[in-house]
Design a protein. Structure first.
Length: 382
């Protein structure tokens, strides 16, 4: 029954909003039927699960409101963007991706390290994983989240790490430090290891980066020039805390820090690698991913002119604020990322704001995005 309602709603959306006021030639009934079926499938399979929707509004309703704000001549192009160019990462897809982290990224990493310590080939998997060296490396690993998108509960269940190796945030208070040290010492004793009760590897996890700016960036002076040798961001704060943990004996002095990001863009990968090198973090930090979006994903001039024109046309200058202008004009997303991307729990600010911007009483913006974003920084929540 609900499927029939969705189909009727999708057909009405196309008939009334998209094609009703258009001067262009109307598609054939077969083409409209095919497009109706596609919208219905998208809503059922993915888009209705978007967590930014209110209980009474789902994808088709939100799409109708969004399209109705556009001039009739722009609605078909906006609908083509949703149907043909938008990437939506569902909860099931993210869960599957997280499930691959341990077998495809972390376990091989520890096998190689243990094999090197044993002086044998990493292809001798059974021999290596049965060794005390592998068990030590495995247990002397601390996994911390850098945001609520780290999904450490999913990662823990998909791995053979102990629950005692996970911490939801990337800072440890004194009580937690002593708790982790005591349980690590007990675990090492049970496996007959004489290794020190500190963590030799720290894995810090985040879900997504599109520009790398939040992770690591040069400090800017008042005239917007870069302050030489000065850096800020999540990785800088992490390094400062790790110094404290090393001084307290919780983390080994020569510990290796693995920055694990589930989803990255090629732009952020290149930028972070360069910044880590220039800041000196490269000597103790290494960057790993589960998936990197290729250079074919961002919207580009020539191929995506129709979509870029719409996003520029309906962008409202009052949306520019002190946060989103840090890396250039945000009409096509933070740091000019131009990403046609929505994650099931929130639309990234690297996606053009026309897609996700919502009513803001402080600025007077009455816009309703098709995938409304919960913004971390908002004039309504100073």
């Amino acid at each position: 029954m609900w499927g029939i309602v969705k189909e009727l709603l999708a057909r009405r959306l196309l008939d009334t909003v998209v094609y009703g006021d258009s001067d262009d030639a109307r598609p054939s009934s077969d083409e409209v039927a095919a497009e109706t079926a596609q919208l219905t499938r998208l809503a059922a399979l993915k888009y209705d699960e978007y967590e930014g929707y209110s209980p009474a509004v789902k994808f088709l309703e939100s799409l109708a409101i969004w399209l109705s704000q556009l001039e009739p001549s722009d609605r078909r192009g906006a609908l083509r963007f949703v149907n043909e160019r938008l990437l939506f990462i569902s909860a099931a897809e993210m869960d599957h991706l997280v499930g691959t982290i341990y077998p495809d990224r972390l376990r091989p990493y520890f096998i190689r390290k243990a094999a090197h310590a044993l002086g044998v080939s990493h292809t001798r998997v059974r021999h290596v994983t049965a060794s005390v060296e592998f068990q030590e490396l495995h247990r002397r690993t601390l996994i911390m989240g850098m945001s609520d998108g780290a999904r450490l509960d999913k990662l823990r269940r998909a791995s053979s790490f102990s629950t005692e190796q996970f911490h939801l945030v990337s800072t440890l208070d004194v009580g937690k430090q002593e708790d982790l040290r005591g349980k690590l010492a007990d675990a090492l004793s049970q496996m007959g290891s004489s290794a020190p009760a500190n963590f030799a590897t720290v894995v810090v996890v985040d879900d997504f980066t599109a520009s790398g700016t939040t992770m690591l960036r040069p400090v800017e002076t008042e005239d917007s020039s870069e302050k030489e040798g000065a850096w800020e961001g999540k990785l800088v704060r992490l390094r400062e805390h790790l110094v404290q943990l090393k001084d307290a004996g919780i983390v080994a002095a020569d510990a290796r820090i693995v920055v694990l990001i589930y989803l990255m863009t090629q732009k952020s990968r290149v930028a972070l690698a360069e910044r880590m090198r220039n800041s000196g973090l490269e000597s103790e930090f290494e960057l790993r991913d589960a998936h990197t979006f290729g250079e074919d994903v961002p919207l580009v001039n020539g191929r995506d002119d129709e979509f870029l024109r719409i996003f520029e046309k309906y962008f409202q200058e009052e949306w520019v604020d002190e946060h989103n202008r840090k890396a250039g004009h945000p009409r096509f997303g933070f740091a000019d990322s131009r990403l046609p991307l929505v994650l099931h729990h929130n639309a990234p600010n690297n996606t053009p704001p026309v897609v996700w911007k919502q009513h803001d009483p402080a600025t007077g913006s009455g816009w309703s995005g098709v995938f409304p974003r919960h913004e971390r920084h908002s004039s309504e929540r100073p």
